[in-house]
Design a protein around this ligand. Structure first.
Ligand code: HPA
Length: 281
């Protein structure tokens, strides 16, 4: 059996972003300034604030695997978010779904192809630092990639260079400061922290939780990092917001995570309602 990726695995130079953009542009004239990815159970954070123009099921977008995770809608909505032209991705492609690390970069690649210049990534995460409690937000200031794979593996820039991308500032400082001051002003409980991405889909053992804490992370999840890294490689400004849904290492289920996401969605909505119009300015 060959261990080579099947020919249709998303990888640099493939036609998926251009193909996806063509599908979208055929039916929507929205030219997004911003792309937003809503993680597990977080779709409600934009529901009332989004004027949809057109919706696309991920299944209809070239290269996208069908969404298979309850709580992840698997839809792209083109429209106005808080009045700003936006591509809103409801649900994402996770590494744990087994489609390969390349599949996790489909969203940022499509977002960039559609012309977005800012990528807002949201997720559900388990608290490692006791400072963070369920329902609060963690504004991501940096990350640790423990996925065991790099989303830029196999990438080549037009020059032929591998993607030796500078990751010294993945999360845009200005956006981070803006989100922090908005949260502060609006009374949303939020703090800065380091997000660690693990492959999942199982949750952490108590020993793994302690290991991650000692590695310097404040919250743990199974997403976001590949999209953020690809976003930087594509020249996008990235803002990352974790919604703390549970305490990592304590007994947890996907249902707990979805319930925790609901608890955090109000704060996320408030922050987005102030940050998105600023980005569109
Ligand atoms: N661990 C890993 N991923 C998660 C968690 C967690 O506790 N909560 C939400 N996503």
């Amino acid at each position: 059996m060959s261990d080579r990726a099947p020919a249709d695995r998303p990888s640099p130079g493939d036609a998926f972003p251009a193909g996806g953009a063509a599908v979208v542009r055929e039916r929507s004239s929205v030219e997004p300034e911003i792309a937003v990815v809503l993680g597990s159970g977080l779709g409600g954070a934009v529901d009332d604030d989004l004027e949809p123009d057109r919706e696309f099921s991920y299944e209809g977008l070239p290269g996208f695997p069908p969404s298979s995770v309850p709580g992840h809608a698997g839809r792209l909505v083109m429209g106005l978010l808080h009045g700003v032209p936006a591509a809103v991705f409801l649900g994402r492609v996770h590494f744990y779904e087994g489609h390969g690390i390349g599949s996790t970069t489909l969203i940022p690649r499509l977002a960039a192809e559609l012309g977005a210049t800012t990528l807002v990534l949201t997720n559900a995460a388990g608290a490692l630092d006791p400072m963070f409690r369920r329902g609060q937000l963690m504004l991501i200031e940096d990350h640790v990639n423990l996925l065991g794979a790099n989303p830029l593996s196999g990438w080549r820039f037009r020059s032929g260079m591998p993607a030796f991308v500078d990751l010294s500032e993945v999360y845009d400082r200005k956006l981070l400061d803006l989100a922090e001051s908005v949260a502060d002003r609006e009374g949303v409980e939020a703090g800065r922290g380091v997000y660690v991405a693990v492959p999942g889909p199982s949750f952490e053992t108590a020993a793994e939780t302690e290991f991650l804490r000692r590695a310097g992370a404040h919250a743990v999840g199974m997403s976001t990092v590949p999209e953020a890294v690809a976003g930087v490689a594509l020249g996008l400004q990235v803002l990352g917001i974790s919604c703390i849904t549970n305490v990592a290492g304590a007994p947890s289920s996907h249902e707990d995570v979805l319930a925790g996401a609901k608890a955090a969605a109000t704060g996320l909505r408030t922050v987005l309602s102030r940050v998105v119009p600023e980005i569109g300015r």
